[in-house]
Design a protein around this ligand. Structure first.
Ligand code: FE2
Length: 401
């Protein structure tokens, strides 16, 4: 036997198995050469390293593993591109861009390999509507929402309910509700589209219908207004009071919120009214948007919240099994996320990965308000939600276990 063949001879069972694996792809199988290594160390049993996120799996068992990363998108970087695409659309008189139905910028989390996702389960797109733009009525299985960044100007029609939009509003379009959008103002309008689309995509359960059929027989691509602006608020916006007439069922799903439109001014007033409370050491004065009929999250998949952090307030470190992102509605400060520090100000957007330690600090002289979207709702529904807090001395508190 020559030295060369000795060198090439497999020396371990693992190498022999790997050699077999060169033949097996055509059979669509893989012969195990690696333990089913956990994606993370048992994060709830130790501090999970500096980031809190533990280690990713390696090798074949980690193929196609998806783990979002901590990130911040600065509004000052994004806004010029919104202006440019708005200008291009206006110059071309495209209403909206023919190839896309609307103009927008999708946020791509740097941990997710270029996928059109901001977290493992959600998509976020910043949309701009020029005066006169109309997005035709359509319906889909992913749940969606719009968080309004412009002072005013846009509208969404959800199942015939006209929702006139102002800054800080959130308009929800649950699974299976017809909706169309537009801008009848004289200035461009900007909002953030949020969808659980990637989750539905993973489940191979994305359905879209863009062929709106006007029940009155017309051929408009927009829905007629059946309920005037404010309908949701009149029906469901009276904290603790719910109507006992009519159906609360909306769309295709079950237990979807029939309250489509939450007004930013109301959210701000509710937060402000509670500013004298102690609040939560990890979250400050935080309120959750809920389905007013069930008291549960707006969607079975996503939990939407708004939190007020008072001037100088330093929140404590917390981590959750869920993934989340947030947009800064007011104020300035910084967040530490997974061992990185991100300064933020108005309209900046941040991604908070699953398991990552994070905390917020308001460094400004005015209130900070952050809206967040988390898949904690889904994880709670499937028994996978846990949360921990960390003290200044490094001690761990089990918040939800
Ligand atoms: Fe939509």
């Amino acid at each position: 036997m020559t030295a060369q063949t000795q060198h090439n001879r497999p020396t371990s069972a693992a190498e022999l198995l790997d050699q077999l694996n060169t033949e097996t792809p055509k059979l669509h199988v893989w012969i195990r050469t690696q333990a089913n290594s956990p994606a993370q160390r048992p994060w709830f049993a130790d501090a999970g390293g500096a980031s809190g996120m533990g280690d990713l799996a390696k090798g074949r068992v980690a193929a196609n593993q998806m783990a979002m990363a901590a990130h911040r998108w600065r509004w000052s970087d994004i806004k010029p591109y919104l202006d440019k695409i708005g200008e291009i659309a206006r110059a071309a008189d495209v209403k909206p861009l023919e190839t896309t139905d609307r103009q927008g910028i999708l946020l791509t989390n740097p941990g997710l390999g270029g996928r059109l996702q901001i977290t493992n389960t959600t998509r976020a797109a910043i949309a701009i509507y020029n005066p006169g733009d109309v997005a035709p009525a359509h319906i889909h299985s992913p749940n969606a929402s719009r968080t309004i960044l412009s002072e005013k100007g846009g509208y969404t029609n959800v199942e015939g309910e006209r929702c006139d939009c102002h800054r800080g509003d959130i308009v929800f379009t649950p699974n299976g509700t017809w909706h169309d959008h537009g801008n009848e103002d004289t200035a461009p309008m900007i909002w953030i589209d949020v969808l659980d689309w990637p989750l539905m995509e993973y489940l191979n359960c994305v359905w879209v219908d863009q062929e709106y059929r006007d029940p009155k027989g017309g051929n408009s691509k927009s829905q007629s207004v059946v309920h005037a602006d404010g309908h949701s608020t009149r029906l469901y916006g009276n904290g603790g009071l719910k109507p006992v007439f009519g159906s609360n069922q909306r769309g295709w799903g079950h237990d979807m919120s029939p309250m489509f439109h939450f007004r930013g001014a109301d959210v701000r007033a509710a937060l402000h009214a509670l500013r004298g409370e102690a609040g939560d050491p990890y979250e400050g004065i935080k309120m959750q948007f809920v389905n007013p009929i069930t008291g549960k999250s707006i969607y079975p998949t996503l939990e939407y919240s708004a939190q007020l952090i008072r001037p100088g307030e330093e929140l404590r470190f917390k981590r959750e099994t869920s993934g989340m992102f947030g947009v800064v509605l007011e104020g300035k400060g910084f967040s530490e996320i997974g061992g990185q520090r991100f300064e933020w100000e108005k309209n900046d957007i941040m991604a908070f990965p699953n398991f990552a330690w994070r905390r917020h600090v308001n460094t400004g002289s005015t209130d900070a308000v952050i809206y967040t979207v988390s898949d904690s709702a889904l994880l709670k529904n499937i028994g996978q939600y846990r949360a921990q807090g960390r003290g200044a001395d490094g001690s761990i508190t089990q918040i939800v276990q």
